[in-house]
Design a protein around this ligand. Sequence first.
Ligand SMILES: O=C(O)C(=O)Cc1ccccc1
Length: 293
Amino acid sequence: MRKIAFLGPEGTVTHEAAHYFFAGEPHQFIPYRLIADAVASTVADETDLSLVPIENTIEGSVKDSIDLLVHGVDLPIQAEWDYPSIQNLIGLRAEYITSSGELDLSRVKKVFSKDVAIAQCMDFIKKHLPNAELEFSSSTAAGVRYVKENPNEGYAAIGSKLATELYQTDLLAPNITDHSNNFTRFLLIGHHPPVLKPSDEMKTTILVTLPEDYPGALHQVLSAFAWRRINLTKIESRPTKLKLGSYYFYIDIKGSLDSVLLPGAIAEIEAIGCLVRVLGSYPSYSYSQRAVL
Ligand SMILES: O=C(O)C(=O)Cc1ccccc1
């Protein structure tokens, strides 16, 4: 049985996703206050693995997670999954029912949620919650729990159905995400992988630092992949934090490090003076491939 750390408290989107990915497996899921705390527990060997949200269809990268992988820790990526992150408006229904029995969301004074979740529901907030201040919480479930603990204040939260059930709150409006195909990609990181079924798709993630004063270096990096017809699925620059204008490139590549061409491409970019760190070479699973274990 693996111990898997996740952003808590119980009922976060990550927790819901963990239940889905590991359905039927007797793993122990352990909640942490921050993604950084979850990952630190894996570094300290208190947990075997961490499940971290890395990217979202609407909001883009979850920067805390990318920066942890880039700067904070040296844990290999073992797998990735796509999960539909459906957000809901959650609260205590009795606070919003009018004398004629209708739900009046204009009474919501404050809405609590994780920054990425709020960003996924901005259209709904603008249209249906005209009087609500926005307040960030450390996770969606932390917001739902807070709303439960503070009744009669006109508070509501954005979070998962699982959180609605766990904190005995009501679903004020289901599925309020701005686009119906809102997916979040999760990474499983750590040194002790569970047994995984093979996937048709493998990915490799590398971190590249360009040599200084080398005009066209990024072009050369990209062309090392291009002429070998290796597909890149993501490239993002993150500051090295060492000096202004200096960046790491976080690159997701379709294919395994064991494939014929990829080691050659990496050797070529190293030859021009780039530093390359491999963050992992791992199976990639779509939502429908849940039975991976
Ligand atoms: O706060 C949560 O519930 C999380 O797990 C982070 C998150 C938020 C929104 C989409 C995906 C993950």
